[in-house]
Design a protein around this ligand. Structure first.
Ligand code: GTP
Length: 359
């Protein structure tokens, strides 16, 4: 079975995490996030993956190569100008080899889910659908694409990010994983930006195509924002959502080879510590991502935060839901909470900050 993975987005909501690293390559539980998706796709019977790249496209192939180490064949299709989600699918389909009637899996490159992929494909075949969509239920659907269905799972409408409360007719939302009959992909316009959510799906529905929704409420997380990215990494480390790509057994923390954790430091909540990172005595790191070569000094307290590669967190500094860019230096006795973001390479002196969203 073949799959297209959409990995070309700019990931602007995640900045500065995505300043130098595309979202699907951000280390999550010790490996680029994409590694989790690729191994899960492989386990579901996918043998050929087409990566639709655009933003920072050059970093994917040196890491994953031809895919053989994952038991996959990986083909890279680059967009010189971003084509949007639908345009990227159409463009990447050039590299598919299956027959027009065969199903093709499409994944957004920023979704972590325990979805039974094989069951989605089976349901697609049984329904005889043109396109099937994984749907999940969320408490506040307003930030998502709403997809109401009838009792048989037939899609009735698409409402992308509803602005008016009257438009919220369901809690079922587009979860970013689809099965397309190969020939349907060829109906997407070629060579121009197209949004699959705003143009392709509503257009197919209006033309009478059979769109089938499969509600699956297993683990699902959209890693578009920092808090979700950090949470997903912690959930992977703790085995709440299993992934064969996590480089270690499930547990309260994961320390990669070459990291130094002093006696008396406390790691918990699914924290991952990257190679060459150093955690000093009495530091407390809970539910966080600490990338390679970062340093957390004595007595610092880090909770639900992202610490970029080579960043330094000074003694006694408190971070809560903070994002610290690569090589940034936060001096001693600072307090950054509530989603504070520190840009790559910036320097914050000792005791200079008590909460700032953008430093
Ligand atoms: P934001 O800028 O924070 O909205 O993130 P994003 O750029 O990743 O956009 P979004 O989360 O809506 O994208 C959903 C998926 O589609 C992600 O996996 C993106 O990598 C991918 N994607 C979005 N736009 C493009 C595009 O123009 N080309 C390709 N190849 N992929 C895209």
């Amino acid at each position: 079975m073949e799959a297209i993975l959409l990995v070309g987005g700019k990931g602007s909501r995640l900045r500065p995490v995505t300043e130098h690293t595309p979202k699907p390559m951000v280390p999550t539980a010790g490996v680029p996030f994409l590694a989790h998706q690729l191994t899960r796709a492989r386990a579901a019977g996918v043998d050929h993956v087409v990566l639709a790249t655009s933003y920072l496209a050059e970093v994917f192939e040196p890491y994953f190569g031809d895919g053989a180490s994952l038991g996959l064949r990986i083909t890279y299709v680059h967009e010189t100008e971003p084509l949007g989600t639908g345009g990227a699918i159409r463009n990447a389909a050039r590299a598919l080899t299956c027959d027009p009637g065969e199903p093709v899996l499409i994944f957004n490159g920023d979704i972590l889910t325990g979805l039974d992929i094989a069951a989605l494909v089976a349901s697609h075949r049984a329904a005889g659908a043109d396109v099937s969509l994984h749907l999940t239920r969320v408490e506040d659907p307003s930030a998502f694409g709403l997809v109401p269905t009838d009792a048989d799972g037939r899609v009735l409408a698409f409402t992308e990010k509803p602005e008016h409360p009257d438009e919220i007719v369901t809690d079922q939302v587009n979860a970013g994983c689809y099965v397309f009959r190969r020939a349907v992909i060829d109906t997407i316009p070629d060579g121009r930006p197209v949004s699959v959510e705003r143009e392709t799906f509503p257009g197919l529905l209006a033309s009478g195509a059979h769109l089938h929704g499969v509600v699956d409420e297993t683990y699902w997380m959209d890693l578009g924002r920092p808090a979700a990215l950090v949470q997903a990494s912690a959930d992977l480390v703790r085995g709440i959502v299993p992934s064969p790509a996590v480089p270690g057994p499930a547990g309260e923390y994961l320390v990669l080879p070459g990291a130094e954790v002093a006696a008396g430091a406390k790691l918990s909540g699914g924290t991952v510590v990257g190679a060459g990172a150093r955690i000093a005595a009495d530091a407390v790191v809970d539910g966080s991502i600490v990338l390679d070569g970062a340093r957390i000094d004595q007595g610092a307290q880090v909770n639900a935060s992202f610490i970029g590669a080579g960043a330094v967190i000074g003694s006694r500094t408190v971070l809560d839901s903070a994002v610290i860019g690569d090589r940034a230096e936060v001096g001693a006795d600072n307090e950054l909470v509530g989603g504070a973001r520190v840009w790559c390479g910036s320097v914050i002196p000792d005791a200079a900050i008590r909460f700032s969203p953008n430093c």
